[in-house]
Design a binder for this molecule. Structure first.
Ligand code: SAH
Ligand code: SF4
Length: 358
C-alpha cells in the first residue's frame, strides 16, 4: 500500500514552495503545531479546495498510539505504530520540578523531556541494548520523528508554548539517520511551529566519529551526548562493536572539534554494569580521558531485561564512582531510573508487545 507523506515532514519553506500563496504555510503550521488538529478539514481559514488537495497528498496523523504505560513517577512510555506497521517507542519524562499537593498527589509538573526514536531498530548492535536485538528495519522520516512529540503533546494536552526538552535517546542511532534527524531539529525549532530551540535538543550517539564531525559542521546549535560506557577500547569493542570502526580516541577528537554552546557541556553517558565497568579503576581512566574537555558525565544504571546476563550495579558502587569523579572536579550526575517500573530503557515496551503478538 502506498502511504501518504506526513505533513510534519515538511519545513515551512518546503510547504511554502508547494502551497501557494506562501503565507498559507504559516497558517498550516499553526493548525498542526498550535491548534493540534487531526484533519485538514478542520483548517477553517483555508479554501476548501486547498484542504482537499492537502488531504489527497498528506497525512496529518502518521502515528497511532498502540499502547502506553505510565510509571509511578508519572513518566509515560508510548508505543507508536507507523504507516507501514513498524513500531517505535517514545517516552514523556517528567523532570525534577514536579510539585506536590499535601496529600502527595502531583500538582503540576513544569518540566517535560521527551525521549524520541530516530530509527526502527538499530544497526549498531550494542551487547546490552534491547533495541539491537531486533536488528535494523529502517530510518524514520523527519515527519515521523516530529510526530512522536506532537502526538505526546496532544495526548497530554501540553500547550504548544510549553518549554519542553528533547533527547534523541529512544530507539536507533540518530547519526546513522543524520539527514532526517537534522531536518527534524529544524522543524522542531521553527518559531511558527513547536519553537523547541536547538539548545533544548540533545542528540545521543554511540560515537560515529565521522558523523559527529559532520554534525558539528552543520552548526545546528544542538547539544551532544556520547554513549561512552567503557574507557578502554578492548571492553568497549565487546560492549559496542562500533568501537572497531570508531575507537575512543577518534570520538574524543571529534568531540574536541564539536561546536559547543558557551554555557553548555558535552554529556558523556556511562552505562554502569555490575562487575563489568563499575570499578574505581574505570573512574580513574574516565577522568584522564575527559581531561581538557567541556564535559559532564551521566551515570546510568543498567536496566536488566529477561534474557540478559548483564546486571544492575550496586547503589554503593554507583555512588563511589560518582564521588571519585566529583572529587576530581568532573561534573557527574546519576540518572534517576525514571520509569523503571515501566521498563523504560529503549526497546523494552516494543519487545513486550511483539512477544504478546507472537
Ligand atoms: N543510539 C544512541 C541513542 C539511543 S540509546 C546511543 O546509543 O546513544 C540511548 C541510551 O540508552 C544509550 O546511552 C544506551 O546506552 C542506553 N541503554 C541501552 N540499553 C540500556 C539498558 N538496558 N539499560 C539502561 N540504558 C540502556
Ligand atoms: Fe543502537 Fe544506541 Fe542501542 Fe547501541 S545503545 S544498539 S547505538 S540504540
Amino acid at each position: 500500500m502506498q502511504t501518504k507523506q506526513a505533513i510534519q515532514d515538511l519545513t515551512k519553506d518546503e510547504l511554502a514552495n508547494i502551497i501557494k500563496p506562501s503565507f498559507r504555510a504559516k497558517q498550516i503550521y499553526n493548525w498542526v503545531y498550535h491548534k493540534h488538529v487531526n484533519s485538514f478539514s478542520q483548517m477553517e481559514n483555508l479554501p476548501k479546495a486547498m484542504r482537499n488537495e492537502l488531504d489527497e497528498k498528506f497525512t496529518i496523523t502518521p502515528l497511532e498510539i498502540v499502547s502506553k504505560q505510565e510509571s509511578r513517577d508519572g513518566s509515560i512510555k508510548y508505543l507508536f505504530r507507523l504507516p507501514d506497521g513498524s513500531t517505535v517507542e517514545s517516552v514523556l519524562l517528567l523532570m525534577r520540578e514536579a510539585q506536590y499537593h499535601e496529600d502527595g498527589t502531583l500538582k503540576h509538573h513544569r518540566r517535560y523531556t521527551v525521549c524520541i526514536s530516530s530509527q526502527v531498530g538499530c544497526k549498531v548492535g550494542c551487547a546490552f541494548c534491547l533495541t539491537a536485538k531486533g536488528g535494523f528495519v529502517r530510518d524514520l522520516s523527519a515527519g515521523e520523528i516530529v510526530s512522536q512529540v506532537l502526538e505526546i503533546y496532544k495526548d497530554n494536552n501540553i500547550p504548544s508554548n510549553h518549554r519542553v526538552n528533547l533527547v534523541y535517546m529512544g530507539m536507533g542511532e540518530p547519526l546513522d539517520n543524520l539527514e532526517n534527524v537534522a531536518k527534524a531539529v529544524k522543524i522542531f525549532s521553527d518559531m511558527d511551529g513547536m519553537s523547541i530551540s536547538p539548545n533544548r535538543q540533545t542528540i545521543s550517539t554511540s560515537g560515529l566519529s565521522s558523523k559527529i564531525e559532520k554534525l558539528g559542521k552543520m552548526d545546528l546549535g544542538i547539544n551532544l551526548a556520547i554513549s561512552l560506557h567503557a574507557v578502554d577500547d578492548e571492553l568497549r569493542e565487546q560492549l559496542m562493536p562500533i568501537n572497531k570502526a570508531y575507537n575512543i580516541a577518534s570520538i574524543i577528537e571529534a568531540v574536541r572539534n564539536f561546536p559547543v554552546n558557551q554555557r553548555k557541556k558535552v554529556l558523556f553517558e556511562y552505562l554502569v554494569i555490575k562487575d563489568v565497568n563499575d570499578g574505581i579503576d574505570s573512574a580513574k581512566k574516565l577522568v584522564k580521558l575527559l581531561n581538557g574537555l567541556k564535559a559532564k558525565v551521566n551515570l546510568i544504571y543498567f536496566n536488566p531485561y529477561p534474557g540478559t546476563d548483564f546486571k544492575r550495579p550496586d547503589d554503593k558502587d554507583m555512588r563511589k564512582f560518582q564521588e571519585y569523579l566529583l572529587n576530581k572536579g568532573v561534573l557527574c550526575t546519576i540518572r534517576e531510573s525514571k520509569g523503571l517500573d515501566i521498563s523504560a530503557a529503549c526497546g523494552q515496551l516494543r519487545e513486550q508487545k511483539l512477544g504478546e503478538e507472537k
